[in-house]
Design a protein around this ligand. Sequence first.
Ligand SMILES: [Zn+2]
Length: 243
Amino acid sequence: MPGHCPVCAAPRRFLPPLGGVQADTSFRESLHCETCRCISRHRAAVAVLAEAVPDLPRARVYITEQASLLFMALRKRIGKLEGSEFVRSLRRRHALSAWMLAQGCRSYVRFQDVTALSFRAGSKDAVVSFDVLEHVPDYRKALREFARVLKPGGVLVMTVPFYAASASSETIAYVDREGKLQTLGPPEYHGDPVSQGVLCFHHLGWDLLAEMRAAGFAEAEALRVSDAGQGIPEPLWLFRARR
Ligand SMILES: [Zn+2]
C-alpha cells in the first residue's frame, strides 16, 4: 500500500500483516512502513503531533518510550526528543541501550516513572504517550505530571485502548494499602516490546476527557483519525490535550 509516512515525512510503502489479511485483522497494529517499520497507530499519532506542533524539529518533546523503532525514527525528526522506559534495572537498561546502538541509534536508555517525572515544570512543548496510561495504577497522577512538565499551550498526544462504548472507566486491577497487587477478575496482560507482558489496570472510557481537564489541561479532545493516504485505513481513537 503506497502512501505518505508522517513518521518518515516521506512517500513510503506500507507492508501487509505477516499472517496475511484475515476477516478479523486489525490495521491499528499493522501496516508497517517499509523504512521506519512504524505501524498505523504510530502514524496516526505522529500526524496529530505534527499538526499540533508545527516546529517539530526544534520542539522539546518527551515520549514515554525509548527502546523502540518509533523513538529511533522520531529522533531523526525532533532535535530535542527525550524518551524513557519504566525499567529500574541498570543491567536491563544497558542491554536495551546496546540493542539501540546495534540499530544505529546512540541513546542511553533512561528510567522515568510517569507519576514522578524528573523534568522541570513547563519544560516541554509536547508529551507523547502510546498505550501506557492503562498500565499505570494511579493514571490521574500521570496525567497531572504530563500537564506539569508542559509549558502553557503545550500539547499532549496519547493513545490508549479506548472503550468507546463506556461512559466511565473501569478499574480491573489496583495496588492495595500494603502495596500488594489485586486484580478484579482475570488479570489482563498486554504485549510489550521491552518485557514479557504488562498488567492492565484500567479500561478507559469517555470520562478520560474530564480526567484530563481535572489534571490541568485547558482543553481535551478525543479524535477519530483515518487517512488511507497515510496508511491509516481503519479509524483510530487518539487523545489530544492542550495545557
Ligand atoms: Zn516511515
